[in-house]
Design a protein around this ligand. Sequence first.
Ligand code: AMP
Ligand code: MG
Length: 407
Amino acid sequence: MLKNLHPDKALEVILENAHSLRLKLGDETISLENALGRAASRKMISEIDHPPFAKSAMDGFAYRTADQQTFYRVVESVQAGSFSDASLHDDEVVRIMTGAPIPEGAAGVQRVEWTTDAGKDEQGRSLVRFSLKEKITNIIEAGENLKKGELLLTPRMLQPQDIGILAAGGCARIDVAKQPRVCVVSTGNEIMAAGQKLAKARIYDSNGPQLTAQARQAGADAHFLGIVPDERSALLAVLIKALAEYDILVLSGGVSMGDFDLVPSVLQELGVEPIFHNLAMRPGKPTFFGKTDTCAVFGLPGNPVSTFVNFEVLVKPFIHACMGIEYKPRMARARLARELARKGSDRVEFLPGILEADEFGLRASPLPYHGSSMITVLERADILFRMELGQSSIPEGAIVDVRLIRP
Ligand code: AMP
Ligand code: MG
């Protein structure tokens, strides 16, 4: 079993174990309506030109030739969704609305704001004149955005704008990776569910709800299995079920060196092969990762900031990889507002901060932080700083890459 692993190496090891689950899960086809947050599993190609026809970008008058001397006769009016068969002469225009198809032979559209009403001709038809010269045609050509057969979308976790793009391309259904089934278990005699009166020496379970929410946001089908006391028999009962029924098990608490930290030994008793236990990472030193043939198991230390950061750094990329998506954290480059200093430098450390814009660009400020039990720091934190092995301080003003933790 691997010990004191660098978190980058730990992530590599974790991701190596995602391939088999990816194959086992496979894909399903769902309606676009239900696709938000799901992992599009293959490239999507446009089946139509976008736009499908040349259309007007303006409300105005479609012309063959433009000049400011002509009194143009308005021969027809065409709105979006209709089309005109008019074949224009040089002194004729078609009144056209934004989004309507450009009539055959028209060279451009004069926007209505740059025209003047010139009364009627002998037959009572409206006349207009062009008051200013257009620099562009105001035509959006057929296929200008995208041609039929071109790439519409690469595999990714679908955001609202992706759904818009797919719908514009005429896709009503999409192939997505099946969601891994994740279960979350909180451990500890002191842990109680919110909603109950807090008893002496007890604290509320924040990890269970938080990890379940993190797993859902990462695209998994996540379920909370409850709070289990630090007792062998109780742990065995819940973990047997968890290992049998889920693809991924995420535990919090009970993985350190205390007398009642029973999770790793109970897991091993149940046939979980330990892959690593113990990382060169703060928070998250005692983190455990193991697997059975059908289930990957993460045992995260119980402190809430620790579970949050460990999920973000290690579990979320795994969930994405199980759906065929490479997780790339969103990063920003910013100026460090205050020196970032620490005592030891024997672990890679993640520290909370805030990111703001000022007149010089982006500025990243460390937040007051007393350690990984301080969940309240996450209310303000929108970034994580990362300090490397051997790095005990980063000077004020240094340019740093920070990880964004709020979407
Ligand atoms: P452990 O990893 O079990 O040693 O727990 C480390 C610290 O995290 C202890 O102070 C626990 O009380 C706290 N803790 C453990 N589990 C939870 C939880 N589910 N919610 C909030 N705090 C927790
Ligand atoms: Mg505990």
